[in-house]
Design a protein around this ligand. Sequence first.
Ligand code: ATP
Length: 598
Amino acid sequence: MDNITEGTWESLPVKLNDNILETLREMKFTHMTPVQSACIPLFMRNKDVAAEAVTGSGKTLAFVIPIIEILLKREDKLKKMQVGALVITPTRELALQISEVFEGFLLKFPQFKQILLIGGSNPIEDVEKFKEHGANIVIATPGRLEDMFRRKADGLDLSILVKTLDVLVLDEADRLLDMGFVASLNVILAFLPKQRRTGLFSATQTQELEKLVRAGLRNPVRITVKEKGVAATATQKTPARLCNYYFICRIEEKFNNMVAFLKEHIDEKHLVFFSTCASVEYYGRALETLFKKADIRCIHGKMKNKRNKIFADFRALESGILVCTDVMARGIDIPDVNWVLQYDPPSNASAFVHRCGRTARIGNQGSALVFLLPMEESYVTFLSINQKCPLERMEPIEDVMDILPKVKAMALADRAMYDRGMRAYVSSVQAYAKHECSLIFRVKDLDFSAMAKGFALLRMPKMPELKDKSFPDFVRTDIDTDTIRYKDKAREKLRRKMLAELKERGPAPLVRRNVVRNTSWSKQKQKQDRKRKKSAKRQLGEGSDEEEDEDLKELLNDTRLLKRLKKGKISEEDFNKQMEDVPLSSTQTGSPKATDDA
Ligand SMILES: Nc1ncnc2c1ncn2[C@@H]1O[C@H](COP(=O)(O)OP(=O)(O)OP(=O)(O)O)[C@@H](O)[C@H]1O
């Protein structure tokens, strides 16, 4: 393996604890990777480090080992409830993965306990677990950790427990210092003691010094591990063993091409990235039906309880397809991924590098392929200059068949699939409009009707971006889409009830919640996000389809509201107001709900 080049663990200038060396031997890790040999001694000698090294280069051990060493060398031994190390990471999958690595080492250090504080689990249970087992190493995602600091509930004041903190590690640091997390992070940092060692680890962009200072680094040592064979001046961010391709095709041909590609490589292990949760739901189901014999899993940020299991299942597979959003883009270590396919390009260039980094890890070969439209070809030049990430054009894919009629048939057979298609389309248009490189990804140049064809839609959805436009090229289905039934009988019964009630009520000026006039989609979306955050706190049963559960709840709520209106318990004004004040729904009207990833 060409990036495990740095001599044995015994050759480090600082001696590692025998139990650590023993664990490494058991793992059959005989030699270090460059980022490990550079970081471990510095970290152990009290330096703050900011390490930038390509994806899959072994950054996790570069902080796990020094953390244990530092805790072992403490003069005042940590008590059960004293936190000595804190690792913050952007996603719960990554947190789980780091926790597993710690677990492997802590078997030989039973005096240290670790705890995971991540979204998706029950915070009350976390507090109980903390109290019962104690924790010296905390691995957390920012939102949940902030919540725990603020909560101070049930006799657990984290701000006191971290007074003994020796080491803080921000994994995927650039992502953590991004807009989305920075507010939580600032709250957390304010609680931490200043006298500590801080490490920042990422494959991209840790050079933004301003942010590093904000994160509390004192004279950090910058470690940039370059790829072997890459000129010292260049900073290629993807591994050298990665074959990185792009493929140009028309929007209506994209899915057909991807299916043909997957068919050709069906015995291999793939990650397929989409820009939105709704697209994962839709295309994931389509792929499941098209490749009945393959192991297909879907993962996105709006899944709650099921995520960990799906992730663990997929890791154990030898071949299969994981359809996902950018929740899987960073840090995730899935063994032996052969292909990373980017059906939708990511919303920013660093995500591109991280997505590709899910393959070609630690000396393995791997390939990545991004699907681009003809008008997006300049993205290739952009990536090669901006991210030092050169791509090679892929030859035409062979044996491309038109499978879109099959996808349409799925929508006709089940309204849930029809809904998913509409949502996927709407959310994809919105995601496209938000792309960081808006000069290359120009929403105004998108061919909406060709896109709808590519999504195998039965009719054009209603959304502001399409307002006052006509689509002569789009052939709408002859079938009245209101007649498409849900396969799920309970759901269909509810829909019918709702339709009947609406019919009985007549064409009164009812505000259709999902086409709230004069309100921009971004505002509607904000409102929807607020609602979603609230509803995310509600726990849903294991194994249920959470998106659909929400729809069902909405539908029930609608029926209840209508009844109250009919009985005169609420005024028409109140009715309309309450209908507006809920997430966009597609269940009763067939209009789309936008669901892009968190
Ligand atoms: N010294 C080593 N020898 C052999 N394998 C190693 C060594 N260090 C790490 N690995 C393995 O390499 C893989 C990648 O390591 P890791 O997940 O830490 O990479 P990373 O640099 O954090 O990647 P990313 O930037 O994608 O988060 C893991 O499966 C890990 O077990």
